[in-house]
Design a protein. Structure first.
Length: 389
């Protein structure tokens, strides 16, 4: 029997519930959160012996085979190093850490201890992203030269400017925190990592809106389409010093050039990718299929004038589950890996995750320091992790 625990059981930590498969001998048996009373109902779901604690160290002392780490980003490094020291296999939510040095300390510790470290870059398991990857690999548009990603985030005011995300000390910036997904996908689609990055951005909307008093409790995070435009909503964080609009230009090691643009106050919510090759281009219309509407990949592969729909359309079937069906797929792969099966070619490696963070981190440094180009530093495996010996 495999025993699984989750550190940070609320919000994103709910993904760990997909690992509970008693019919396959896999049991979710423990959870930690700073607010244990909020997850008391898990005992009703998983049995009276389900272990709940407010101290993640107590959870790591339990006889667990693996843990999901789904805490706020600024705690990822601390919790991952502690889980390594406790000898657990680890599913680590993205981003790996909020600094390049933090990522390298995790990599160094994983290498020293031989830890199974699986990264939660679930977008690689999205049917839309996988279809674009398959079209590229099939040579549909020739050799990739440029990748553009526009990221429209309608719920920025609900999810990122009312809690810890709004402070640099906790997230470094949303270009790293939120953009880590797309930067990783860009690297994956292009087949190379970023070598140099230039950033530009600003805090343009949320710094001007009503803040709650520091002593006022944070309101629940609820994505509500009625909360728009942002000025119609209150209760924003007392401290906001991250950008709500940002963009980076990336020069990849294999010559591909890419850009990523992010806005947290748009009326709609979608990622739009355009990939241009030597023999055509592809673009996604919708980034996930629903029961009501299928997303699609449009292909332009003949010279022509304006063609709104392109020349070929590939519909992407609906897949049940959160994040367009990617959450159940990535959790299942993690369970397979800890049982000895090899990871799929879609899975992000720890190095992939580190390079995503490094690009987002240095892109943010560029936009905050006169838009100067920043070179991505190589991995430093001599970083002291604090757990050796």
């Amino acid at each position: 029997m495999l025993k699984i625990g989750v550190i940070g059981a609320e919000r994103r930590g709910k993904i760990a519930r997909l690992a509970h498969q008693p019919e396959n001998g896999i049991h979710l048996v423990a959870a930690s959160t700073l607010h244990p009373e909020r997850i008391a109902g898990m005992k009703e779901i998983y049995g009276p012996d389900f272990f709940i604690t407010g101290d993640y160290r107590e959870l790591l002392r339990q006889p667990l085979d693996a843990v999901f780490i789904c805490t706020p980003d600024y705690l990822h490094e601390e919790h991952t190093l502690a889980a390594m020291e406790a000898g657990k296999a680890i599913y680590l939510e993205k981003p790996m850490a909020i600094s390049v040095e933090g990522c390298d300390r995790i990599l160094a510790a994983a290498k020293a201890r031989g830890t199974l470290l699986y990264l939660g870059h679930n977008m690689r398991f999205s049917p839309v992203m996988q279809k674009m990857k398959a079209l590229i690999d099939a040579g549909t548009i020739g050799e990739v030269q440029s990748i553009w990603c526009r990221h429209f985030i309608s719920y920025g005011g609900d999810a990122y400017f009312k809690d810890w995300h709004s402070e640099r000390r906790h997230s470094h910036g949303l270009l790293l925190q939120k953009g880590a997904h797309d930067i990783d996908v860009i690297h994956w689609l292009a087949g190379a990592y970023t070598r140099r990055v230039v950033g530009m951005g600003k805090l343009s909307v949320y710094d001007k809106l009503p803040r709650r008093h520091p002593d006022t409790p944070q309101p629940p995070v609820v994505k509500n389409n009625d909360h728009w435009p942002p000025a119609t909503t209150t209760g924003y964080s007392p401290n906001i010093d991250v950008e709500d609009s940002s963009m980076i230009l990336m020069q990849l090691a294999n010559g591909v050039q890419a850009c990523y643009l992010q806005s947290h106050y748009t009326p709609d919510d979608v990622r739009n990718y355009t990939i241009i090759g030597t023999e055509g281009r592809i673009e996604n219309y919708g980034d996930r299929s629903t029961e009501e509407r299928e997303a699609a990949i449009h292909v332009w592969n003949r010279r022509s004038g304006y063609q709104e729909q392109g020349h070929v359309i590939h519909k992407v079937p609906y897949l049940a589950g959160a994040h367009g069906g990617s959450d159940p797929r990535i959790v299942q792969e993690f369970l397979d890996v800890i049982q000895g099966k090899p990871a799929s070619k879609e899975a992000a490696t720890p190095l992939d995750a580190r390079m995503s963070v490094a690009t987002g981190y240095h892109g943010t440094e560029s936009l905050r320091n006169g838009n100067c180009p920043c070179d991505i530093p190589p991995v430093n495996l001599t970083c002291k992790s604090g757990i050796e010996g």
